[in-house]
Ligand binder design. Sequence first.
Ligand code: BF8
Ligand code: SF4
Length: 649
Amino acid sequence: MAPKPGPPTNEVSRDPAINEMVALARTEAIATAWDRYQNQQPQCKFGTEGICCRLCHMGPCRITNKATCGVCGADRDTIAARNLLREIAAGTAAHSDHGRALVRTLKRVGEGKGGEYKISDPRRLREAAQFFGVTTNGRTDVQIAGELADYFVSQFAWSEAPNGTLRLAPQKRQALWKKLDIEPKGVDSSVVELLHRTHMGVDHDYRHLIMGGLKCSLADGWVGSTIATLVSDILFGTPRPIKSKVNLGVLSADTVNIIVHGHEPTLSEMLALASVDKELLAYAAEKGAAGVTVAGICCTANEVLMRHGLPIAGNFLQQELAILTGAVEMMVIDVQCVMPSLAQVAKCFHTKLVSTSEIAQTFEAEQITYDAKEGYAQAKALIRSAIDNFEHRDRARVHIPKESMEIVAGFSNETIFHMLGGRFRSTFRPLNDAIIDGRIRGVAGIVGCTNPKVLVDNQHVRLARELIKRNVLVLETGCSAIACAKAGLLVPEAALEEAGASLREVCEAVGIPPILHMGSCVDNSRLLLAATNILHEGGLGEDISDLPAAGAAPEWMSEKAVAIGHYFVASGMYVVLGHPFAVEGSENVTKFLCEEMEGITGGRFEWEPDPVKAAEKMLAHIEKKRDALGINAKRERKLFDMKERRELA
Ligand code: BF8
Ligand code: SF4
């Protein structure tokens, strides 16, 4: 099913909107990721297998039958493990720097210099402050925000003590991390430590290296990403279920269209607020536009969707295609997953590309540096400039695919607590009970990117469908959630039709869809906390590795996904990847990650490209955990037919 290296095909995705735009791009001779993917064939085997090393300048070295070690003597195991660790370090750095940027905004608010930024969820602020030991009594929200920001800053820095946010994890898991000596301290020092360990001539034992990688990944999941999610909720509001639309068809031929793309929600929040500014709307009307549409791509999209209901134009591989519609006046980019090719595509149209992060510049993009105090004014200026650009749109070239699907998103833990608990009490109890009595077999998290190596979106959608059919509740984030949304699976009614009978029954009773959109990729921290909440509710073991749960990243591509996979495994989760990490050149490293790891953290990796088989493997793992918990034996649920009921009576 994957678009194989070879003659290009326009059928690169299960999503017709993508295929239509790829065909259009080829007609216009504008290169996109799929063309560049073809040009890269055949991709380097040494790189794919993780056995090339350029960590020092006696190299580069690569492992062959003839040369079984690099110049320094590093073998395939050391080289593959070191390369993997460098990816974990980069992924952790990316998520955590995103978290740090939000903490900086929280700090500005605490100093009274936050401009239009404010505390949108004071309850979450105070809960967090209490948990982390910041005094709340007799203090204003602003004072608390300042001190909480200082506390978070201290969790990034060097420290002797294990990181404070690890205390959010189940007790038993914390004890295991301590025993394994993989408790991360400061986030920054965790990343530095990995870079040090992988420098030429430092750490050489592949097992020891990978355990170090797990430690750093925990600084991503339980620290940097957790702080990013928490501070986003405090500043912009904790997500609640919200309706919107998704896919390129959300762009309108009549309105000024602005795309926000990247990951940090700070400026896009202001763009969302400014997009309904009366003065700007009047200005748009003056210029002949029927309004202003702000739509998102990638995780910025998920952030503004969950809190403002702004539409999503697409996931990762739709960024170039959005510009190709010819109907985008401006694309505002920040950090991560933003292709450097955008400037080349934008040049073929009237689209203004504006880069807004001080650490990210794109050649030929206009650069503004986001400033918390000026955020709203900057957002207004950007929208005004997009409106000015509307008249430059070449109407003859506008080509917007019709695809646009309804979506319900915004399932934070707080919302799930509330929805499950009903009117009287917030609780996970109904979910736990449904898992214990087998109506829900277990919980699966599907996350991660899209990738031109496979039929785009297809693996996400098929895996999700297979799982809900088998009565597994699915939690999703990132581009995976967008892929399923485009396929119509995040409309509760539609998904319910595809869910197994007993999952459907539970979902209908408590009013949740069988696939819950839990946010952006840093919001994978919400998945960790959902697992912890289920444990706290009771009856399903004491540790994450006890839970009938599994994770998957069927189309992953980024280093962040490598870090995410590792923090899930370090937290005790079984994780199925659609394609392997670049480690297969080392049998030992592969065996350590995919087999031996289970005896260490209780979690492990598995590679499985076929989504149906992946679903079966995840379910087999879930059933194994159910057996171990004794809930299969104890409470096998018998469905009686009419004859049997009469006999009983
Ligand atoms: O952080 S899923 S392609 S957009 S890396 Fe990037 Fe992958 Fe999408 Fe969100 Ni996550
Ligand atoms: Fe080669 Fe060793 Fe240098 Fe790597 S660290 S490039 S294997 S000599």
